[in-house]
Write a protein that binds this ligand. Structure first.
Ligand code: ATR
Length: 303
C-alpha cells in the first residue's frame, strides 16, 4: 500500500523534463516525515495562467515556476510579495484563501548557497553579475541586502544592464549599512578587458564573486572572462547547474578562481519554497551532497 501523501505540489515550465525539483522536494518530504505528491507540469508557452489555475482547482497547494514563466508568474498572481514586485519575477506560488500568492526565493537561495554552503563573505565585496534578464534581476536585492559593496551588472546588451542598475540604485541606497554602488556595463567591456581597463570601465579592481546569470550556457554559447576579472581567492558561480565545467567556469578555473554551479541555489530555494508552503524548513546539506554526486564534476583548481 502506498503511503498517503500530505499535499499536492508541482514545478511548471516549458520544457520541464530536465527539472530536478521533484526529486529534491520528495527528499524534503521524506526527511520531515510528510510524504508529498510533487510532479512536473508542462504548460504550453501561451497557456501558463490556465495551467496554473487548473492545478489549483484540482487541489494543488503550491508550485514552483521555472523558465519561461517566472515573469508571467509575477504579473498573473493575485497577490505578489514585495520581493516579487522588485524582482519582476516569481518562482513560487501557493493558494491561500482562494487566491494565488507569488514569492521569489531565487535570490535568497543564491545568497544562502554562497554564504552558508560555500563560505563566501558577501559584506563589503565587489560582485560582478553577468546578464540582465529575469535570472539576474531576481538576485539583485538579496545580494545588496547581504551587504555587497559594489555590484557591476554586465550584459551583452548594455542598455539592459544600465536600466537594471538604475532600477536598483534606490535599494542600494536604502539597504542597511553603507550605500552600495550599482552600475551597468557592456559585457564586451569586461570580456575584452586587460587588468587596467577592467579598472577604468568597471570600477577599481577585480571581482571577489562573479555570477553567470546569462542563458548563454543553456544555448551552448560561451561567456569567457579574462583572468583580470578575478580577484585572488575569487569565486565564480554559474546559476545553471548540471552543465559541468562551462566555458565561463573553465575561464575562471584557469584564472585560479574557485568554481561552483547553481545546484546549491536550486536546493536552497527549494527548501525556502517548502517552508513557505508547509511551515517547516528542511535541512539541505545531505540533499545537496546527494544530488551533487549525480552531476558532472566541476574541476577545482588547487587553492
Ligand atoms: P532569464 O530569465 O533566464 O534571465 P532572459 O530574460 O532571456 O532569460 O535573459 C537572458 C540573459 O542572458 C540576457 O542577459 C541575455 O543578454 P541580452 O540581454 O543581451 O539578450 C543573456 N545572454 C543570452 N545568450 C547570451 C550569449 N550568447 N552571450 C551573452 N549573453 C547572453
Amino acid at each position: 500500500m502506498n503511503t498517503p501523501t500530505t499535499g499536492r505540489y508541482c514545478v511548471i515550465g516549458n520544457p520541464i523534463a530536465q527539472s530536478r525539483s521533484p526529486e529534491i522536494q520528495a527528499r524534503f518530504g521524506e526527511q520531515l516525515g510528510e510524504p508529498i505528491d510533487y510532479t512536473r507540469r508542462l504548460a504550453p508557452v501561451d497557456g501558463f495562467e490556465a495551467s496554473v489555475r487548473a492545478f489549483f482547482a484540482e487541489g494543488g497547494q503550491g508550485m514552483n515556476v521555472t523558465a519561461p514563466f517566472k515573469v508571467e508568474a509575477a504579473t498573473r498572481a493575485d497577490r505578489a510579495s514585495p520581493r516579487v514586485i522588485r524582482a519582476g519575477a516569481a518562482n513560487c506560488l501557493r493558494l491561500r484563501d482562494g487566491r494565488i500568492e507569488a514569492e521569489n526565493f531565487d535570490g535568497v537561495g543564491l545568497v544562502r548557497d554562497l554564504t552558508h554552503n560555500l563560505g563566501v563573505e558577501l559584506a563589503g565585496r565587489r560582485v560582478l553579475l553577468l546578464g540582465a534578464g529575469g535570472a539576474a534581476r531576481g538576485v539583485i536585492d538579496p545580494l545588496l541586502e547581504a551587504g555587497v559593496r559594489e555590484l557591476v551588472i554586465a550584459n551583452r546588451t548594455r542598455s539592459r544592464a544600465e536600466a537594471l542598475a538604475e532600477a536598483f540604485a534606490f535599494s542600494a541606497a536604502s539597504s542597511a549599512g553603507p550605500a552600495a554602488i550599482v552600475r551597468g556595463v557592456a559585457l564586451e567591456d569586461v570580456v575584452a578587458a586587460e587588468s587596467a581597463s577592467v579598472s577604468t570601465t568597471t570600477g577599481n579592481g577585480a571581482f571577489d564573486v562573479v555570477i553567470d546569470a546569462t542563458s548563454a550556457a543553456l544555448g551552448g554559447d560561451a561567456v569567457q572572462l579574462p583572468p583580470a576579472a578575478f580577484a585572488p581567492g575569487a569565486l565564480a558561480y554559474a546559476m545553471a547547474y548540471g552543465k559541468g565545467l562551462t566555458p565561463f567556469l573553465a575561464s575562471a578555473a584557469e584564472a585560479g578562481a574557485r568554481v561552483a554551479d547553481g545546484l546549491g541555489m536550486l536546493v536552497e530555494q527549494a527548501a525556502e519554497s517548502y517552508a513557505w508552503w508547509r511551515g517547516r524548513r528542511p535541512e539541505t546539506g545531505a540533499v545537496l551532497a546527494e544530488f551533487a554526486a549525480t552531476l558532472p564534476p566541476l574541476k577545482q583548481t588547487a587553492a
